[in-house]
Design a protein around this ligand. Structure first.
Ligand code: SIN
Length: 172
């Protein structure tokens, strides 16, 4: 199982081991609307999805799951990721050059909650204002940025939004 957003910093499922992995051809973007976790149907927040970027690669966390609980774990995750995400098979590449097939939740362009590309200021405004049943949208961004930094993963899109949202938050 490959996580690149909240599944990096809040894996609420048991796993046997985890390690950094990358998948080619994708970039992490705050282009998915959140009606159920970090926003509401009337005022959706913004969370990450993966978008195709032919020359890009996304680094995240790969989890190895016990065979016995794979099915129940994915049932639980299907519920958590129900707002437009679908499971896809991808090739995971590890630092030691080994590879494995894994599953990743992607909210593809055109899903009912897809927000798409917007100016970073607009995304920052939404994140700064939004709240949902799982908490403040800001918290999601800050936790993700902190986790990426701790893991040594450089992600300009995320770090740039973090700066913009912190500026808006201190202005209020
Ligand atoms: C993921 O973390 O892999 C999917 C997106 C999210 O739940 O934040």
């Amino acid at each position: 199982m490959f996580g690149y957003g909240s599944l990096i910093w809040r894996p609420d499922f048991p796993y046997l081991e985890r390690q950094l992995a990358s998948i080619d051809g994708f970039a992490r973007r705050f282009w998915q609307g959140s009606h159920d976790h970090r926003g509401t149907p009337d005022a959706p927040g913004r969370v990450v999805t993966l978008v195709h970027e032919p020359s890009g690669a996304c680094t995240g966390m790969a989890y190895r799951l016990d065979d016995e609980i794979v099915q129940s774990t994915f049932e639980q995750l299907d519920h958590r990721e129900k707002n437009g995400y679908e499971r896809h098979e991808v090739l995971l590449q590890f630092a030691n050059q080994s590879e494995a097939t894994g599953l990743v939740y992607i909210a593809a362009e055109g899903n009912f909650a897809y927000a798409g590309e917007s100016h970073p200021d607009e995304i920052a405004q939404i994140i700064a204002m939004s709240h949902g049943p799982s908490g403040a949208n800001q918290e999601y961004l800050y936790e993700l940025a902190a986790a990426l930094r701790k893991l040594g993963i450089e992600d300009r899109h995320v770090f740039d939004l973090e700066v913009r949202v912190r500026k808006l938050a201190t202005r209020d």
